[in-house]
Every structure is written in structure tokens, then in C-alpha cells.
Design a protein around this ligand. Structure first.
Ligand code: GLA
Length: 365
């Protein structure tokens, strides 16, 4: 190894001291403050209300850290209207009560999603598209109308584009109503609650440029037609090897629309999958300290990118899709053993938690 000359050593150590002191220019660090207390925008989590209510330790953490809540299943169509004519509002009312009690924003996820369309709707709609169009209108009007002023924002359409690339997903809704089902859903939601923030939400748009461009083109077209879309949701189910500069670029492009930007379902995995159920590809079997640190850094960078790139007025918030490795959807869904969240299996904060928090606290200019 080449030896450095003395002046170089002195200058570089001065530089390092200077850099360290700069990165220490942070808001006063306080371990007792939850994430929500050090954030300029809402921090949320998707969670099952039942899990929360049955687990006091989990709900303590949830209350300490979050000021926004999304239901991970109970607000989807197959739960709201499981059989014809039978709206089930009970669980949503319970979630709303919880949100109100703990001063949390309630985020509505979601109105139209091919994966949560009840079977009876598909059967009936397959035979009669006119009925389906009417049903969609009535459903959105009743649901959004009932929670007008109470549910702050909605994912109006979830995953309307193919997994990969720039084509509209040929869902049941698309096939029966046509591409306009998206515009209509937004219009109906706005009619029912003009103040609600209305999102289009999708996955992989932080890394699939073709898909992102297609979504942005749709947003532009919808806006040109006067359709009341007010936000873009990046699900942000990312991997450790999703390059930060690619994410940054996508956030920048989305922010240029002027719409609200929500990181709506954040988690960061180490292993891989092919985007389909049971499609996990196990690469890492054990979580090492080095991996923990790298994940902390990734979480920190994600928050910093969001804060630096998305203008304050468009920062709708960051929401985790479950916040513990114990409860994450990743493992059962992809049939993987992974550690994607900020709390471990025994509900202890991981380095990822502190990385994320540091990203919230660090001064930026
Ligand atoms: C997608 C959906 C969510 C949820 C997750 C996995 O990202 O938007 O509602 O189903 O998958 O649980």
C-alpha cells in the first residue's frame, strides 16, 4: 500500500473531522421520541386492526411511532361488500375509532383493485357491464360518502398497470368498463368527498422506468381531462439492490406533476422474488450485523431522498406495510425468509428503525 505523506494525512483527517461534524448537524436526538414526533410529514403503517387490538405491545409501538394508519385488508372491496347488498362497515368504524382516539390520519386503501374484487361482483359483472358500471358508481359513492371528512385520502385505483412495462393491466374492470374505469373511479370519489386526497397507487414504479412513464402519462391525460386525481402512491416494496439513484430519479419525475407523493407500502427486502405469489428466491438465510447496518443506511437514504426531492407541500407521508418482521406480508406471500421492516420478530427496533429516524432528523438544506 502506498504510504501518504504527512501533510496529506493532516489535511485528510481535518477534512474527515469537518465532514463528521457536518453530518452531526442534526436535530437533537432523543431516543424517547417516536418516528412521528421527529417528522415533518405523517408517518404511517398498514396493519390489521384485529392484530393491533389483540396485542398491547404492538399497539403501544404503533401509537408511539405513527400518526397515520392504513388497513392492510379490511377496507378492500371483498371485506366491505362480501355478498350482494351487504355492506359491512363495522370494521372500518372500529379502525376509524382507533384512528380518532390516537389522533391518527386514516388512509383508505383501496377502492378499486382487481385482487380484492369479490367473486360475486365478478360473476355478475361478467354478464352485465352496464350493471357493473352502475355498481362501481354506487359503491364508491356510498363508501367514500359514508366516511366523508373522516378518511383523509384514498387509493382510488390500485395497480392498474401490468407488473412490468407500460401497458394497462387487463383486469376485470378494464375488460368490462374499458380504460375509463380509472377516470370514473376518481370522479365518483371526488363527488362523494371533494376534500379527500385521491391517489393512484402502484408497485415497481420506483424502478421500472417504462411503467413509471406510463403512469405519468396517464396522470397527465387525466389532469388534461379535468379528472380529480391528487396523488401518486409509490408502494415502494424495494430491495437492497434497488439503486438509490434510480429511486431518486423516479421521485423527481413524479414530483414534477405537482401531485401529492405518498410512499405508501414501504419495506426493504434482502432476497429476491419474481413479483408473484410463492415466487421468492432465497439468497440470504441469515441476517448478519453487516446486513442490518446496510438496511439502516438504505432506510435512511430513502427518507432523505423523499425529503430532499419531493417539495414539502407534496409530502403526503411515508407508510410502512406492517412494521415488524414478525407481521410482514413478505414471508408468507413470497414464501421467503426475509427481514424487511424496522422492528424485529420480538418487536425490538432494528438498526433500520434508527436509520429511518436519522433520515427524518438529519438537517437538510
Ligand atoms: C399490494 C397491495 C396491498 C397488499 C400488498 C401485500 O401491494 O396494494 O394492499 O395486498 O400487496 O399484502
Amino acid at each position: 500500500m502506498k504510504r501518504s505523506s504527512l501533510p496529506v494525512v493532516i489535511i485528510s483527517s481535518l477534512l474527515i473531522t469537518l465532514l463528521n461534524s457536518c453530518s452531526n448537524v442534526q436535530k437533537k436526538h432523543d431516543d424517547t421520541l417516536g418516528l412521528k414526533n421527529v417528522s415533518e410529514f405523517p408517518i404511517g403503517t398498514a396493519i390489521q386492526i384485529q392484530t393491533l387490538m389483540n396485542d398491547p405491545e404492538l399497539s403501544k409501538l404503533q401509537i408511539e411511532n405513527f400518526n397515520s394508519i392504513t388497513s392492510d385488508r379490511d377496507m378492500k372491496m371483498n371485506r366491505i361488500i362480501p355478498t350482494e347488498g351487504n355492506y359491512n362497515w363495522k370494521t372500518v368504524d372500529t379502525i376509524l375509532y382507533y384512528a380518532k382516539t390516537h389522533d391518527q390520519r386514516l388512509f383508505g386503501h383501496n377502492l378499486i383493485w382487481h385482487s380484492s374484487t369479490p367473486e360475486w361482483v365478478e360473476t355478475k359483472g361478467a354478464k352485465d357491464s352496464l350493471w357493473l358500471a352502475k355498481f362501481m358508481k354506487e359503491y364508491i359513492h356510498s363508501y367514500v360518502g359514508r366516511y366523508k371528512g373522516k378518511v383523509a385520502a384514498w387509493d382510488v385505483v390500485n395497480e392498474g398497470f401490468e407488473t412490468v412495462g407500460g401497458n394497462y393491466r387487463k383486469t376485470f374492470w378494464y375488460n368490462k368498463i374499458g380504460k375509463d374505469y380509472i377516470a370514473k373511479a376518481f370522479i365518483y370519489a371526488h363527488e362523494a368527498d371533494p376534500k379527500a386526497v385521491l391517489f393512484y397507487n402502484d408497485f415497481n414504479i420506483e424502478r421500472d422506468t417504462v411503467k413509471l412513464n406510463a403512469v405519468l402519462k396517464m396522470v397527465k391525460d387525466l389532469k388534461a381531462q379535468g379528472v380529480p386525481i391528487s396523488g401518486i402512491g409509490f408502494q415502494m416494496h424495494i430491495r437492497m439492490d434497488t439503486p438509490d439513484d434510480v429511486i431518486a430519479n423516479s421521485l423527481r419525475k413524479a414530483a414534477e406533476t405537482g401531485l401529492q407523493i405518498h410512499l405508501s407500502e414501504v419495506d426493504i427486502i434482502f432476497n429476491k422474488h419474481n413479483d408473484t405469489q410463492n415466487g421468492g428466491i432465497q439468497i440470504y438465510n441469515k441476517l448478519t450485523d453487516e446486513m442490518r447496518k446496510a438496511q439502516a443506511e438504505k432506510y435512511k437514504n430513502l427518507v432523505l431522498m423523499y425529503r430532499k426531492i419531493v417539495p414539502k407541500s407534496q409530502q403526503f407521508g411515508i407508510t410502512f406495510w406492517n412494521f415488524t418482521d414478525r407481521d410482514t406480508w413478505i414471508n408468507p406471500f413470497f414464501n421467503l425468509k426475509d427481514w424487511p421492516t424496522i422492528y424485529d420478530n420480538s418487536l425490538k427496533p432494528k438498526p433500520a428503525y434508527f436509520g429511518f429516524k436519522e433520515g427524518l432528523e438529519q438537517e437538510i438544506n
